[in-house]
Structures are given as structure tokens and as C-alpha cells.
Design a binder for this molecule. Structure first.
Ligand code: FAD
Length: 364
């Protein structure tokens, strides 16, 4: 593999979104190595999957779609995703001889002379005619601010810090958040600890997986948000829907998913409600608070490009940034799923091939 530092396309991130884009760029005639490179901050293949908690298996995920061109030989449903998905990604990189450089963390992307971008990293600079950003969200956990957070003497952790329910055995844990991670972690922690579940909105349970109509409706809502430059929300945030799997039904039968509204503040040893419909004066002592409160897009390194819209997000037109056809975001907004990332990677590669050809530049 040639280590060219001036390429047509730099792909930032080597998870599902980055690898599917790399595969598609090669199919569009960009030369792996001299035409495009993938810069990935992790030490090993696997994207965020290599960092998830060990009890997350393919049986408890929604569904991990194959990367394009090489089927995922699905292991036993009980194999931890933290092992099986990274092994598949590693094989994928080898199979297609993808030019992935790691660990390389992109610090900032700048506009540079000659219609190029300068990609500043902890391993030196690259220059490129176009950028595909595929950095996911895992590295930007979001914890909302509540009064008293600094007073609480127990443990506060986010989904990214969670490892094993055994850490909480015999304790009381408050789980905050209404999404899939919150319900999964609550389900398993409640087998060894007492729990309280708090969410901002009452959950709406949906029996069985999302069908295609619901899926399309959700994607359309996220698309509309990013077209207007709003921050892309989560599926639950937009629809309020939670999928009731057999695992969840078992927890509901145990009474684990009896939900309380969001507390108003933390104290030294628990959480308190000052308002609400009948919850005023409620206090729950707690040993730990698990913030399963989601993520933000990891796009800080794009700040020098000034892409942020007044709505707090980046205004998008398909996979490209509106008004900037040389910058694509894959795995962002409507494509933040394994299947969405596959499709977006291919759309971005096609668009870049057309753009560079239209500019009279042939892919190398
Ligand atoms: P990631 O997998 O996060 O990869 C991003 C890569 O970018 C990483 O390798 C990281 O090192 C790199 N990176 C980040 N910043 C930089 C930087 N500055 N410089 C260089 N590299 C950088 N989706 C599904 O479709 N099915 C599921 O079952 C499912 N389950 C999920 C379960 C959990 C707990 C969570 C949190 C999400 C789940 N999702 C699921 C969503 C899914 O994980 C993502 O949509 C998809 O896998 C993300 O892929 P990605 O490539 O965008 O991001």
C-alpha cells in the first residue's frame, strides 16, 4: 500500500460507514492508497463495536447488516458483538485490501490552497480534494445537566462506561433515558440490583421489530431535520417508540419498566423530584446513576470548515453538506444505522466520482 499524503478523498473513520465508503470508492475507480485513504483513530478494526459492553450480543442488537460485498458469517446469537463484529471488519479490510491507516486521529480539517483540504492528524497532515466524514457518535457521549450533579457521592456513568451488571450487585441504580440502550441495560442490571427508571416522556412500546413503513417514516423525519440544519435526533426521540423484544417483555413482566418522570435534581445520596404530577417531594436514594442519554455526532474536527447551521446541526443535502459538495457525512442523521451507512457510503462515492469528473479530475 502506498502511503500517499495527497489524495482525491480522505475518509475519516473506519467503522461501518467508513469501510462501506472505502469499498464503494474503490468500485467507482478511485485507487486505494493513491486515490483515497481511510484514517481511523482506533487501534484495531471494529469501529464502535469494539468498545461496547460484553453482554451485547447479536441477539440483543436490532440487526447488524452486512458490509457491502462480503457477507457476515453470523456467529451464534449469543457471541458478544464486541468480538464478532470487529473480527468481521478486520476480515473485510484484509479481503478488499482497504487502505486504512490507524491509529490516526484527525484533529482538524482546514481549507487549503488549490481547492484542497488539509487534514491535520496526530500522525502528520494529508491533503485531499474531498472529505467523507464517518466518525459516528460513540466518542461523544451526551449527559444532560441537572442541578446537584457535582454533589452526588455515588457513581455516575454513561452507557460508554458500562461493562457488567455484576458491578452493581446489591446496589440501587437509577437508569436515565428512554432509548434502546437504557432498556437493555436496565433489563440486565435489574437482575442483580434494585433499579429506578426515569425518562422525560412516557415510553410507547411497539410489539415486534420496526416494519419497513415505520423505518421509512423515521428516516424521513431525520432527513427533514438535517435538511433544515437541525441536530439529528434519535429514533426514540423522534417517534417515542421502543421495540418490545422477548427480552424486554420478560423485564416488563418483572415490573422493571415501571417508569418515573425525570427527577429535578441530584443530592449527595440520591435523586429528588420537586414538581410533577404527584411526584413532588419524592426522593430516591441511589448508589449509582447510569446516564443512558445518548450521543452527539463526533464532528468537532470539522469546526474550521464552519459547517454548523443556526439550528445546531449541519445542513445536509443527501449525503453532502448543503452548498459544499466536496464534504460528505456518512453515518450521520438518517444514515446512522448499519444499513443506512452502507447506502450512504455508496451514494457519497458515486457523487464524488461525478464531481471530480465534472471538475475535469479523473479518479486516480
Ligand atoms: P462507528 O462505529 O462509531 O465508527 C466510527 C469510527 O470513526 C471509529 O472507528 C472511530 O475510531 C473513528 N473516529 C472517530 N473520530 C475520529 C477522528 N477524529 N479521527 C479519526 N477517526 C475517528 N445500528 C444498527 O443498524 N443495528 C444495531 O443493532 C445497532 N445497535 C447499536 C447498539 C448500540 C449500543 C449503539 C450505541 C448503536 C447501535 N447501532 C445499531 C447504531 C450503529 O452502531 C451505528 O449506526 C453504526 O454502527 C455506526 O457506524 P459508524 O461507522 O458511523 O460509527
Amino acid at each position: 500500500m502506498r502511503a500517499d499524503r495527497d489524495v482525491d478523498v480522505v475518509v475519516i473513520g473506519g467503522g461501518q460507514a467508513g469501510l462501506s465508503t472505502a469499498w464503494a470508492l474503490a468500485r467507482q475507480g478511485f485507487d486505494p492508497g493513491s486515490g483515497f485513504v481511510v484514517l481511523d483513530a482506533d487501534d484495531a478494526p471494529g469501529g464502535a463495536w469494539q468498545h461496547r459492553w460484553p453482554s451485547l450480543t447479536l441477539a440483543t442488537t436490532h440487526r447488524v447488516h452486512d458490509l457491502p460485498g462480503l457477507p457476515f458469517e453470523q456467529p451464534e446469537a449469543t457471541t458478544p458483538a464486541v468480538a464478532s463484529v470487529p473480527a468481521y471488519f478486520a476480515e473485510y479490510e484484509r479481503h478488499f485490501d482497504l487502505p486504512v491507516h490507524r491509529p490516526v486521529r484527525v484533529r482538524a480539517v482546514h481549507r487549503a490552497a488549490g481547492d484542497r483540504f488539509r487534514v491535520e492528524t496526530d500522525a502528520g497532515d494529508w491533503t485531499a480534494r474531498a472529505i467523507v466524514n464517518a466518525t459516528g457518535t460513540w466518542t461523544r457521549p451526551f449527559v444532560p445537566r441537572y442541578p446537584g450533579q457535582e454533589l452526588f457521592r455515588g457513581r455516575q456513568l454513561h452507557t460508554v462506561d458500562y461493562r457488567d451488571p455484576a458491578e452493581f450487585a446489591g446496589r440501587h441504580v437509577v437508569v436515565v433515558g428512554g432509548g434502546a440502550s437504557a432498556t437493555q441495560l436496565l433489563g440486565e442490571i435489574s437482575t442483580v440490583a434494585s433499579t429506578t427508571w426515569v425518562t422525560r416522556r412516557p415510553p410507547v412500546w411497539r410489539e415486534g421489530p420496526f416494519d419497513e413503513d415505520v423505518g421509512r417514516e423515521v428516516v424521513a423525519k431525520v432527513e427533514a431535520a438535517v435538511r433544515e440544519g437541525r441536530s439529528p435526533g434519535s429514533v426514540v426521540g423522534l417517534t417515542g417508540l421502543l421495540v418490545s423484544t422477548p427480552y424486554i417483555r420478560e423485564g416488563r413482566a418483572r415490573g422493571v419498566f415501571a417508569r418515573l418522570p425525570m427527577f429535578d435534581r441530584l443530592t449527595e445520596d440520591g435523586v429528588a423530584w420537586d414538581s410533577g404530577d404527584g411526584d413532588e417531594g419524592r426522593f430516591q436514594p441511589a448508589d449509582a446513576i447510569l446516564w443512558a442519554t445518548g450521543f452527539r455526532a463526533a464532528v468537532q474536527h470539522l469546526a474550521p470548515l464552519r459547517l454548523r447551521a443556526p439550528g445546531g446541526g449541519i445542513r445536509m443535502d443527501g449525503t453532502q453538506v448543503a452548498g459544499e459538495p466536496r464534504v460528505h457525512l456518512v453515518g450521520y442523521g438518517p444514515s446512522a444505522s448499519t444499513i443506512g451507512a452502507n447506502r450512504a457510503g455508496q451514494a457519497a462515492a458515486r457523487a464524488l466520482r461525478r464531481l471530480l469528473r465534472d471538475q475535469g479530475e479523473r479518479p486516480r
